[in-house]
Design a protein around this ligand. Structure first.
Ligand SMILES: [Zn+2]
Ligand SMILES: [Zn+2]
Length: 124
């Protein structure tokens, strides 16, 4: 029996499994996922949009309240980053339906991953 990928259950066991980061990288290479980091002085905005590495849905993720590359900040993990090695931690907030999704969670299939994104439009 084939499982309709649109009905993938919400991931509960290993939401941060490295395979999602790995697949996200493949999607980036294939152009199915785009990641951009914009810097304006001290403000960093990350925009990631495209296909979720786990389910068939697409999502857009925007965050403006994280600091990358500023004094070796640690981002969502134990690894420190510097200005040339920026990782954006992503919640793939797709709008598809995933059975088992907690009621306090309106979007996503339950996985989180990281993408590498180099800053653009750096001023100064
Ligand atoms: Zn998903
Ligand atoms: Zn989904």
């Amino acid at each position: 029996m084939t499982v309709n990928p649109a009905d993938l259950p919400y991931e509960q066991d290993r939401p941060n499994d490295y395979q999602w980061t790995d697949k996200a990288f493949d999607l980036l290479i294939a152009g199915s996922l785009e990641a951009h980091v914009y810097r304006r002085g001290l403000i960093t905005v990350a925009v990631v949009a495209g296909k979720c590495p786990r389910c068939p849905h697409t999502f857009t993720y925007t965050t403006s309240d994280f600091a990358v590359g500023s004094g070796g900040q640690v981002l969502g993990g134990t690894r420190s980053v510097d200005a040339s090695d920026d990782y954006v931690p992503i919640d793939a907030a797709c709008v598809g339906n995933h059975p088992g999704r907690p009621e306090n969670q309106e979007q996503g299939c339950g996985v989180a991953f990281r993408v590498e994104a180099l800053p653009e439009n750096v001023d100064g």
